[in-house]
Design a protein around this ligand. Structure first.
Ligand SMILES: [Zn+2]
Ligand SMILES: [Zn+2]
Length: 200
């Protein structure tokens, strides 16, 4: 599934957050050590297996707290709900330390990360906004949007989330998605074929 994992670093302290550690815990930790970072938060954009697979290994090594939206929290502990079981694996993670609702401003050292609840791909999908960087999970991709055919998905909710909460951000906002390449809000507002802005 090749999900993107991001290491988000405070420039004033050694603190960092890891967004969506889907796997390869050893590789992620090698990077954390190379950057001499103290990971304080593990942030999941949603509860699918390809975004949570290394949660426990990294929490064990770093002591970081795992945060996920309350509506996706049950997926951490259910291989059926996190879709690892249908894929032929049994991934069961520990429960979350922090349940998000949307609207929170999390602190990583002195760096602020805002939680935006964007249901649609899953009921508890969130995007994380830090400065001019938006970590969009499986909600918004470069010239595409997240699938809504999984249990709990809703195409109507997804478009409403993106139009109402993401496309309202400044054009220059960098979008760092859960899969594929980076883009910007301006580019997606202008040309994403899945979003008919103002078209009702
Ligand atoms: Zn997903
Ligand atoms: Zn994914």
């Amino acid at each position: 599934m090749q999900a993107n994992c991001y290491l988000v670093c405070c420039e004033e302290t050694a603190c960092a957050a890891i967004i969506d550690p889907g796997g390869d815990a050893a590789r992620i930790m090698a990077r954390v050590r190379a950057e001499k970072r103290d990971v304080t938060l593990i942030l999941n954009t949603h509860g699918h297996a390809d975004h949570i697979g290394a949660n426990d290994a990294i929490r064990k090594t770093t002591g970081a707290k795992v945060a996920i939206h309350a509506d996706d929290a049950p997926m951490l502990t259910s291989a059926a709900q996190n879709l690892s079981m249908p894929a032929g694996e049994m991934l069961i993670c520990s429960p979350a330390d922090l349940l998000l609702r949307g609207g929170e401003r999390l602190l990583v050292g002195k760096l602020e990360i805002e939680v935006i609840h964007t249901p649609g791909h899953t009921p508890g999908s969130v995007c994380f906004l830090s400065g001019q960087s938006l970590f969009s999970g499986d909600t918004l991709f470069a010239m595409s949007v997240g699938r809504t055919d999984f249990p709990g998905g809703s195409a109507g909710a997804l478009v409403k989330s993106i139009s109402g909460k993401l496309l309202t951000l400044p054009d220059e906002t960098k979008v760092l998605p859960g899969h594929g390449q980076a883009t910007t809000i301006g580019l997606e507002r202008a040309s994403n074929p899945f979003l008919r802005v103002g078209g009702g």
